[in-house]
Design a protein around this ligand. Structure first.
Ligand SMILES: [Zn+2]
Length: 341
């Protein structure tokens, strides 16, 4: 594939559409007066009846006070896209990883689409290389998922998690953890091998007791739209326990759309809904909370303007940078995935 054919403004993946979902994007919420960052999103995934490309997503986000995002990869192509796009986009920093549900597929089945020939270790080696690129500020999402991966995949999942912890430590990067139905095993692993200095539980799903344990270890809890869900009292209890200096927020777009738009496509511009819900829960002013969370976010990842972008974000330039940095072709077609979040 030539550079001219490459365009990272195109989506790399497409969300699987389930029956009966409403596919329109929700309206923009009222703008925040103090800006925040979305520390976990997947702008490479197309969703909705009219998928929105990353630049329009970031424009909409800016319009409501969401100043920037951490764009998170979950396999080799999406991690390459994340690093390449962050390199030319001032409002984006990148996180790279093999997702815990993809690790067993790289181990035995050629990755999510069967096209990877190098096995899991070679995929992790590519993540290690990407972790050294400018504007890649985190390793993630990595961790353990006992909900979607069965017994047969757990050895590969654990091996991948430990390798990602090592990459984060060697590169001095933050780490974003995906923990689904695996709280005890994730914590045991972190304590056994030693967590990176800045460790974030993406889309925290534990309770107050776990939040206290994370607080004691200096780990950060990132709250997603799930905190607005009626049945998520455990998350609101956790909020009461974790020091405000250890709170981050995210959308995990296009998944986990906050109330009252649950089920519709999610986007970074909907982050103010989650911020306001957390502020209400804590009985504090949204602007005060936003200032605190922005300070936390910059402590974990650095500032979005700390490293220069490679060039103005023009599609041809993005393609050229992608080709230089990834040294592989991007997939020509957009592949459907389930829930990478
Ligand atoms: Zn995610």
């Amino acid at each position: 594939m030539s550079d001219a054919n490459m365009d990272t403004s195109a989506h790399v993946r497409k969300r699987e559409q389930t029956e009966g979902r409403e596919l329109s994007y929700p309206p923009l919420p009222e703008a925040l007066t103090v800006g925040v960052y979305d520390n976990h999103t997947h702008l490479e995934i197309a969703d909705g009846e009219n998928p929105i490309d990353y630049r329009e997503q970031l424009d909409r986000a800016s319009a409501v006070g969401v100043r920037g995002v951490i764009q998170v990869g979950g396999d080799v192509p999406t991690s390459q896209w994340s690093a390449a796009t962050a390199a030319v986009e001032p409002r984006m920093l990148a996180a790279v990883a093999i997702h815990p549900n993809e690790a067993p597929l790289y181990d035995t089945a050629g990755g999510p689409d069967g096209s990877w020939e190098g096995g899991l270790d070679a995929a992790i080696a590519e993540i290690d290389r990407l972790a050294g690129l400018p504007r890649v500020v985190a390793v993630g999402e990595t961790g353990l998922d006992f909900f979607r991966t069965g017994e047969e995949g757990r050895a590969a999942q654990l091996r991948s998690f430990e390798a990602h912890i090592d990459i984060a430590k060697r590169h001095g990067l933050a780490m974003q953890i995906h923990d689904r139905d695996a709280h005890a095993a994730v914590i045991e692993t972190l304590l056994r091998v030693g967590a990176p200095e800045r460790t974030v539980f993406h889309c925290f799903s534990g309770d107050a007791e776990m939040a206290q344990l994370c607080a004691d270890n200096g780990w950060y809890l990132s709250f997603a739209g799930t905190v607005t869900f009626k049945n998520a009292q455990n998350l609101r209890d956790a909020l009461q326990v974790i020091p405000r200096s250890q709170i981050l927020i995210e959308t995990d777009a296009p998944f986990l759309t906050p109330t009252p738009y649950r089920g519709r496509p999610n986007a970074p511009y909907l982050l103010p809904l989650t911020l306001r819900a957390i502020a209400a829960e804590l009985g504090t002013d949204a602007s005060v909370l936003a200032a605190q969370i922005t300070s936390n976010t910059e402590l974990v990842y650095g500032r979005w303007d700390a490293e220069p972008v490679a060039s103005a974000a023009h599609p041809a330039e993005v393609g050229a940078v992608a080709a230089r940095s990834a040294n592989t072709a991007f997939p020509a077609s957009t592949e459907a995935i389930g829930g990478i979040a």
